[in-house]
Design a protein around this ligand. Structure first.
Ligand code: FUB
Length: 339
């Protein structure tokens, strides 16, 4: 439900028909990346604030400064705010805009991956490390070498390798890159050209760097053709996520300006992935951002909307709902406010 239709929303009705309620109400939270570590659910969201920055197409009004990690004993239980996990003032290379993070656990250590803008206004991705899933995290003094754009999502494959997916166009700056090189002259491709793909890189054994040059992922239609930039109901915009189900790799993402969470299926972490359909229809607020997590044999979609703030796009709240698969492996589309 994009911002331009907010005036017509009756929030009382929406609250009644919504399929889920905010998990956190004492602060605004968004972009939830959920994982089960040691049998407990941990959610790594953005911490939305009103930074008093006017709205623009670059998303400068998303002026977030820090992260809190939330935990749950099980999917029904109370959501615990574990306090400040990392603040931008403690990240040497970053100046502002701590956008959507994610986390991984390896050999008893926890790695928080986060995007932020450097002083020159360019996004990079950093990593911060802790002995606890809830932090506090200590940031590395430099961003990950060769990283760019936003929305890191870390995926552990069943062979023990970890991959970092990232990227987002428009305010996320992905359109400024080709073959990992920045140029101010680069823009989104013409609508008749292939859309820009999300990016993936294998992580090094110490989880602090890329072990290879980042690669662009291809998302194909059912005929095997790459999705075009003009296909903005299906093409990748931001918010990548990877999970596996029945031996297949499910790459899911937001379509941004058309506000869907969609998915595509492939046979390995690099793709190509074939577009399948929508997981989540538009929510209240411009952005849509999700993660998918298996908890005790059921699958859940963690997502956000702006219903608690009555439609303020940069003041969002994280939510969770179950997702279901059909026998052929497709996912049933969720309507966030009921039919
Ligand atoms: O939270 C800031 C940005 O909004 C995220 O990085 C995008 O995915 C969108 O949710």
């Amino acid at each position: 439900m994009p911002e331009d239709s907010i005036e017509q929303i009756n929030f009382e009705t929406i609250d009644k028909t919504a399929i889920s309620q905010p998990l956190v109400k004492h602060m605004y939270t968004a972009d939830p990346s959920a994982h089960v570590f040691n049998g407990k659910i941990y959610i790594y969201p953005s911490h939305d604030i009103d930074a008093g920055i006017p709205f623009n197409d670059n998303g400068d009004h998303f002026g977030m400064e820090d992260y809190h990690v939330f935990s749950m004993e099980n999917i029904e239980s109370e959501v615990v705010d574990n306090g400040l996990a990392l603040h931008v003032k403690d990240v040497k290379w970053a100046e502002k805009q701590m956008w959507a993070p994610d986390a991984a656990c390896k050999n008893g250590k926890y790695y928080l991956y986060f995007p932020a803008k450097r002083a020159d206004g360019i996004f990079q991705i950093g990593v911060a490390i802790s002995d606890s899933p809830t932090g506090p995290f200590i940031a590395e003094s430099e961003a990950i070498k060769g990283s760019y754009s936003i929305d890191p999502a870390v995926f552990e494959d069943n062979d023990g390798k970890y991959y970092l997916y990232f990227g987002g166009i428009w305010g996320g700056q992905l359109q400024k890159y080709r073959n990992n090189q920045f140029s101010e002259d680069n823009e989104e491709p013409h609508r008749s050209e292939p859309a820009l793909g999300p990016i993936v890189a294998l992580l090094s054994d110490d989880m602090k760097q890329f072990a290879e040059a980042p690669r662009e992922i291809k998302i194909l239609d059912k005929n095997g053709d790459v999705l075009l930039a003009g296909n903005n109901e299906q093409r990748f915009f931001e918010g990548p996520w990877m999970h596996t189900y029945n031996g297949k790799y499910y790459f899911s993402y937001s379509t941004g300006d058309t506000h869907f969470i969609c998915y595509a299926i492939g046979d390995n972490p690099y793709g190509p992935f074939t577009y399948q359909g929508r997981i989540l229809n538009p929510v209240i607020g411009w952005t849509s951002h999700h993660s998918i997590c298996e908890v005790e044999g059921k699958w859940y979609l963690f997502y956000h909307d702006s219903s608690l703030s009555k439609g303020v796009t940069h003041l969002r709240s994280i939510k969770v709902t179950e997702i279901t698969y059909n026998e052929d492996g497709t996912i049933n589309t969720i309507d966030p406010y009921g039919k």
